[in-house]
Design a protein. Structure first.
Length: 72
């Protein structure tokens, strides 16, 4: 997660590809030249985004409760 946040801070886009079932792992390891004794857990793509999405921030009052659930 730290590397994803670091890339974001540098203005880069990232994508986490959870991996890998047996049919997916073998070709990925071959292409990336990963030794057979290593287990591939995930692939992280990093690059410049074509566009930066604008996200509206939700109002904090709609996300939090005071002292107990449901108490706004």
């Amino acid at each position: 997660m730290g590397k994803l946040l670091e890339a974001h801070a540098l203005g880069l886009g990232t994508g986490w590809i959870g991996c890998c079932d047996a049919p997916q792992e073998e070709p990925a390891k071959r292409i990336l030249k990963i030794p057979d004794e290593q287990v591939l857990q995930a692939i992280i793509t990093v690059g410049h985004s074509a566009e930066v999405p604008v996200r509206e921030r939700k109002d904090i009052k709609g996300l939090t409760f005071y002292n107990e659930y449901g108490n706004r």
